[in-house]
Design a protein around this ligand. Structure first.
Ligand SMILES: [Zn+2]
Length: 383
């Protein structure tokens, strides 16, 4: 009996161990396969993940040619017949359509600033200073949009709110047209000649050129068809610093402002205050007229935008040669304006040096601007 029960226990144990071993082997195989599958899946996912770099075609999905299509500069668009449609005014000569035949004086603007109980004294003083700078420099500018916004404008000083309301977490200030509120960083000292001063004046500039008059009427100096935020920002930044009674080279949207400043300084048919009078497509039209093109400025501005995206998004890493047409475009404007046949080779070279200095002033290294192209173009130009 004893020996039988021993053998029984021995065989039972053997069976259990065998079963466990087999189970373990199956488990290990299954686990390996599953993990291998997971690994492949993850590798596959990684391939499709945004870590991939975008192609040139994705960032520059248009041809770099002068287009046959006419660039239409609309003074306004009236879509009020539609249920949710509205009247959008792009050209300030048509402001009567929004406000009737009224006009506003400097005193009218002072009055709405004083009567606005949502604005603290120090911002009231800054708003008065802005009004004076604008009207002292450009006495004929129509400030009805500014006047309208000032009735209900709020200025909020809060780092948190600014982060939430702004498109960029690097922002120092933003104007929300939907709320008619300017958000700025906390504890800023808005002294003349400081960055903070430029920021608040820049935001006032947005506030003077955009407004929702009602659900059905809007004034907008950007654009719907030729919409470029970066162009609008550069134009606003340049209008702002040209109000100052001191020279300011540290400009918001530095590279793009440098580009546009070089362009406007060459143009005899566009001034900094035109930003306050017309929308962005008017600027494009004037550029095309100045350069003898039909519709090429819009392509150039989109190339400028592509470069801005390339710099701000790690998914893009374009070669410099993609931007050569834009460098050539600016160089052509500058050389045509500043180079004469009487100049020596050295003098011409000095003009190119000036241009490169203006374009690259205080521009982040990461843009990797290939300045050689401006000299290569000089050779073509002076041939
Ligand atoms: Zn802005």
């Amino acid at each position: 009996m004893k020996s039988i029960s021993f053998r029984k226990i021995f065989f039972t144990l053997l069976k259990v161990v065998g079963f466990l071993t087999l189970a373990f082997i199956i488990f290990v195989i299954a686990f390996t396969v599953i993990s291998q599958k997971n690994y492949e899946k993850r590798a596959q996912q990684a391939k499709n993940m945004p870590s991939k770099k975008y192609t040139v075609e994705e960032l520059i999905p248009f041809d770099i040619v002068d287009s046959d299509e006419e660039l239409v500069v609309l003074p306004y668009e009236d879509n009020r017949s539609g249920k949710y449609g509205r009247l959008t005014i792009y050209n300030m000569d048509y402001l009567d359509k929004a406000f009737g035949h009224t006009s506003v004086s400097r005193e009218d603007i002072y009055k709405v600033i004083k009567n606005n109980t949502d604005i603290s004294t120090r911002f009231k003083n800054l708003l008065i200073e802005y009004t004076d700078m604008v009207l002292d420099n450009y006495p004929d500018l129509d400030l009805r949009v500014f006047h309208h916004n000032l009735k209900t404008l709020k200025v909020v000083e809060s780092d948190n709110d600014l982060m939430l309301k702004s498109v960029s977490n690097l922002s120092y200030g933003c104007y929300r047209i939907d709320e008619n509120i300017i958000y700025v960083k906390e504890n800023y000292d808005f002294k003349k000649q400081t960055w903070a001063y430029q920021v608040i004046m820049h935001e006032f500039g947005h506030c003077a050129s955009f407004t929702n008059v009602s659900d059905k009427i809007r004034v907008d100096n950007a654009d719907t068809k030729y919409s470029s935020t970066i162009l609008n920002e550069a134009l606003n930044s340049l209008f702002t610093i040209h109000l100052f009674d001191y020279n300011e080279r540290d400009i918001a949207y530095q590279l793009q402002s440098n580009y546009i400043q070089v362009m406007i300084d060459c143009m005899d048919n566009y001034d900094y205050d035109d930003y306050m009078k017309y929308n962005n497509s008017y600027f494009l039209k004037q550029l095309d007229k100045f350069n003898g093109h039909n519709n090429y400025a819009w392509t150039m501005i989109r190339l400028m935008e592509a470069q801005y995206k390339d710099y701000h998004d790690d998914n893009y890493e374009l070669e410099q040669k993609n931007f050569y047409p834009f460098y050539d475009y600016i160089a052509d404007m500058y050389y045509r304006t500043h180079i004469t046949n009487q100049m020596t080779k050295e003098q011409k070279r000095a003009v190119a040096d000036q241009l490169v200095e203006k374009i690259t002033f205080d521009v982040p290294e990461e843009y990797r601007i290939d300045t050689e192209e401006f000299y290569t173009y000089l050779e073509t130009y002076t041939k």
